[in-house]
Write a protein that binds this ligand. Sequence first.
Ligand SMILES: Cc1cc2nc3c(=O)[nH]c(=O)nc-3n(C[C@H](O)[C@H](O)[C@H](O)COP(=O)(O)O)c2cc1C
Length: 272
Amino acid sequence: MQTSPEAALHARYGAEQAPTAVWNDVIATLLAHRSVRAFTDAPLPAGTLEILVAAAQSAATSSNMQTWSVVAVEDAGRKALLAEWSGRQAHVAHAPLVLVWLADLSRAARIGAARGHDMVALPYTETAMVAMIDAALAAQNATVAAESLGLGTVYLGALRNRPEDVAAELYLPAQCFPVFGLCVGWPDPSHPSPLRPRLPQSVVLHRERYDTTHEADGIAVYDERFTAHQQAEGIRPVGWSSRVLDRLGAVRGLNGRERMRTVLAALGFPLD
Ligand SMILES: Cc1cc2nc3c(=O)[nH]c(=O)nc-3n(C[C@H](O)[C@H](O)[C@H](O)COP(=O)(O)O)c2cc1C
């Protein structure tokens, strides 16, 4: 189905947008993104996993160090465990494929060990950030590739509720951290996924210098639009900023992830 740029932008922002001549199929795919949490039983075509990983490996990677890896989980029992550990998110068990994206410094550590080289920069926070950024960029490339094929995806940050269990289940070596999962499958047409409007650009786009002049107005407008979106989706119409307050106004919203520094240290990321 072809959507005009104006219609796609309207859907993304929940408001009229100026027409644009800057457009192509890649941008159309990006603007059509929505998280999918209901999948059919249909399997993925042969070769899908490998092409998603090729797309992921085509992402930029800091200094070409490629400090990420991915574990593809298709086993029903293992997916059920990941679903359970992610706050019982049923779609994790139903997705034909769950990709677990790893910040992986263990490969560099093995290269250092094999050559008798002391890898003194590995324990630093900066190096951990490099690996996590690499993993995220790779995963997003796979996501865009999947969506371009008509597949649906949803990220699974809740894997970090129990990272040690995930690490043990997937036999992760030290210095290998599960950053998030990504469920991949065919979207169930009987449960269509809504496209969530985003903040107006006046809130997120700063020109030349950071400027919050239009922030409060922009957020007020967005709260109204998001409330209407929630109403249309049958979700409690509380707006957007109150969700931010809920999520970040109480430690409970971290679902156990408030221990992250300790967990990272235990998994080989001391964050020096
Ligand atoms: C790093 C990351 C972790 C996420 N974790 C979860 C998750 O555990 N469960 C879930 O249902 N959605 C998860 N999401 C999806 C977000 O809730 C979703 O992207 C956001 O609400 C915007 O909706 P949209 O993707 O449909 O536009 C995650 C997204 C990101 C980027």
